[in-house]
Write a protein that binds this ligand. Sequence first.
Ligand code: GSH
Length: 242
Amino acid sequence: MPWNLFAFNQLVSSTSDRKMATHPIDIYYFPPSAPSRATLLLIKALGIDHNVKITNISQGDQMKPEFLQMNPLHTIPLINDNGFIIYESNAIMKYLVDQYGKDDSLSPKDPKKAAIVDMRLYFCACHLFPKFRQYYIPTMFQSKPPSSEALRELEEVLTIADGYLKDQPWFAGHQMTVADFAIVSFVATIDAAGGVDLAAYPEILQWYQRARSSMAGFGYDEVIRHGAAIFAEAYKNKLNSI
Ligand SMILES: N[C@@H](CCC(=O)N[C@@H](CS)C(=O)NCC(=O)O)C(=O)O
């Protein structure tokens, strides 16, 4: 896959200037990967000192024995926090807030609030991500034309997401949480790659604007927007070649 990673080098070289954990944590990361980007943005939002370990999944870096030893599911993102290894982006994000957050606002401790956040994270992991993958990835990696059935299913999930935002500004209530980090990375990728008309989801559009401005100071553009653009460029190139 001809990813254009040029501008990403700037991010890699500027990741260690925020400090919080006693030692930098390693994040195994690839910019086009939406869950990787959500995790890196949260790391930056929490000000955690970190090293970015580029893991090029298109070249099979995730299948190398040293990676499989850390994650037999061969997925990124993965973090190594001084020997403590966690994968699954949503689990990573909750861990990072619990371990390094200045307060619990991004991942509330109150059991009912926490359950709502979990529900949205599972929505992202079990519904949004699979429908996103089902629509974009066969084109990207198998040169298949986009499927109208996959589009319908992705749109169905986005309609549900739009409904979640009818009475509240953030996905898990009245404050921004890790669920918003998880979901914004997918919405930004859909926005960049196209194929779905986001104008059909007015609540998502308003939330998307809110999320972008709230997350701008954490490096939203360098992480989320830039990685989404890399994904979109590769996707559109493939689409045009089919
Ligand atoms: N539920 C996982 C999904 C991770 C995932 O599927 N990552 C993809 C990239 S977006 C990956 O690593 N694919 C490589 C592979 O499966 O071999 C998470 O949220 O971390």
